[in-house]
Design a protein around this ligand. Structure first.
Ligand code: 5AD
Length: 367
C-alpha cells in the first residue's frame, strides 16, 4: 500500500488507530522521510537535545514464568542461571554513579528470591549510598510490593504490555497457576502509587497483526506513559516462538528494523514528552546504525549494560544481544562519539521525563 504523503494524516497530535495504521503500512519513501523528520522535531520540542544514560543491571535470569518468546522462561533448561547478591548489585550502582549517570535500572526475570523485603532493603541502600534514581523492571509483582518499594526509594517501573491483542497475549504469556495476568491493570496501579511508568511492546511477534500494533500505539497515549520501550521481536531458538520459519499469519507485522523505527517514531508522535530509549534489541538487529538512527527517529535515552561480564551472556532473553562483550566504558565512548556527530549530548541529573514532571506539578496544583 503506497499511500503518498499527501494522503496521510498530519503528525501534529496523538493519532487514533486508523491514522496510525496508514502510517504503519505506507511504503511511500517520501512519507517515511517525513515521519523520521517529524519524530526528530517532536523529540526536540518535547524532551530536548539531551540524551539520558541509564546503567542497566540484569540482576537475575531466574524466572518462574513461561513466556513463549523469552529465553529466560522457566522451561529453558539449557541456560545456566544466576542471581546477583545485594553486594554485587550495590557495586554496580556505585559504578553508575562514578560514571556520572543519574539512574540505575534493575531488571530480572520473575525471581522469587528477590522477596518484597529484600528489594525494599535494597532500594533503601541504593538511595542512601548513591542517591541515584532507581528504575525497576522485575515483572508482574503485587500492588503491595510495588507500594513498599516506591516508599523505600524506587522511582520508576517498566512493564511492557507486549501487545494489546488479548488473545495473542494470552497465547504467548501463560499466567502462573491461580493468578491472572493483567499488565494494563498493573500499569494503572503503578501510576496511582506515584511511579514514573514505562511500558511498550515487541514489534513483529508471530501472530501480531497491523491493527493490533496501531491499537498498541493508541494505548501509549491513552495510558499517558512516561517511558516507552520498543524493540523488534527476535526469535530465541530455545523457546516455542523460536522456530526459524513461523507459520504465515495474515497481516503479520514484520519483525524488521524498518518497522521498529516506524513504531518508535510514531510513539514519539503519541507521547512527545516521554522518555524513549534506543533499545538493545534495535542495536542487535542493526549493529552499525540501530542506536544512532533510533536517536534520530524519536529516542532520547540509551541504557548501557553494566551487568558484570561473567553474568551477561546468561541474560539471553533473545540471541545475539548487542554489546555482550563490551565494557560500559567502551559503550560510553562509542555513545559520546555518536552523539557528538549528530549534535546531541549526554545529560546530567536523574532525567525524569517532562511528561512525569508535568503530571506531578498538576497533581500538586503548581501552574
Ligand atoms: N525478542 C525481543 N524482545 C524480547 N523480550 C523478551 N524476549 C524477547 C525476544 N525474543 C523483551 C520483552 C520484555 C523485555 C524485557 O524484553 O518485551 O518485556
Amino acid at each position: 500500500m503506497k499511500t503518498p504523503l499527501s494522503d496521510l494524516p498530519p503528525l501534529t497530535e496523538p493519532l487514533r488507530a486508523e491514522a496510525l495504521l496508514a502510517w504503519l503500512k505506507t511504503s511511500d519513501s517520501e512519507a517515511l522521510e517525513h515521519l523520521w523528520a517529524r519524530a526528530d522535531e517532536l523529540r526536540r520540542q518535547g524532551v530536548g537535545d539531551e540524551v539520558h544514560l541509564r546503567g542497566l543491571v540484569e540482576i537475575s535470569n531466574r524466572c518462574t514464568r513461561q513466556c513463549a518468546y523469552c529465553g529466560l522462561r522457566a522451561a529453558n533448561r539449557s541456560l545456566s542461571r544466576y542471581s546477583m547478591s545485594d553486594e554485587e548489585i550495590l557495586e554496580c550502582a556505585h559504578r553508575i554513579r562514578d560514571h556520572g549517570w543519574g539512574t540505575v535500572v534493575l531488571q530480572s526475570g520473575e525471581d522469587p528470591t528477590f522477596t518484597s523485603e529484600r528489594v525494599e532493603a535494597l532500594m533503601r541502600r541504593i538511595k542512601v549510598e548513591t542517591g541515584l534514581a532507581i528504575t525497576l523492571s522485575l515483572g508482574e509483582r503485587t500492588g503491595e510490593e510495588l507500594r513498599a518499594w516506591k516508599q523505600a526509594g524506587a522511582d520508576r517501573y517498566l512493564l511492557r504490555f507486549e501487545t494489546s491483542d488479548r488473545a495473542l497475549f494470552q497465547r504467548i504469556h501463560p499466567p502462573l497457576p491461580g493468578r491472572d495476568s493483567d499488565r494494563l491493570g498493573l500499569l494503572k496501579v503503578l501510576r496511582d502509587i506515584g511511579y514514573e511508568v514505562g511500558s511498550g511492546v515487541m514489534v513483529g511477534i508471530p501472530g501480531q497483526g497491523f491493527e493490533s500494533l496501531a491499537r498498541d500505539l493508541e494505548l501509549f497515549a491513552e495510558l499517558e506513559l512516561d517511558m516507552i520501550g520498543l524493540g523488534p521481536f527476535i526469535p530465541h531458538p530455545d523457546t516455542p516462538l523460536g522456530m526459524r520459519e513461523p507459520p504465515r499469519y495474515p497481516d503479520q507485522v514484520p519483525a524488521t528494523v524498518d518497522m521498529t523505527f516506524r513504531v518508535l517514531a510514531l510513539a514519539r508522535v503519541q507521547r512527545c514528552e516521554a522518555n524513549l530509549p534506543a533499545t538493545t534489541a534495535l542495536a542487535t538487529l542493526d549493529r552499525e546504525q540501530g542506536r544512532i538512527l533510533g536517536l534520530q527517529r524519536g529516542a532520547n535515552v540509551v541504557m548501557p549494560n553494566v551487568t558484570p561480564r561473567r553474568h551477561r551472556e546468561f541474560y539471553s532473553i533473545y540471541p545475539g544481544k548487542a554489546g555482550l562483550h563490551e565494557t560500559a566504558e567502551q559503550t560510553c565512548l562509542q555513545i559520546d562519539a555518536q552523539l557528538a556527530s549528530i549534535g546531541r549530548y549526554v545529560a546530567a541529573g536523574p532525567g525524569h521525563s517532562p511528561a512525569f514532571r508535568r503530571r506531578i506539578r498538576e497533581q500538586e496544583g503548581i501552574p
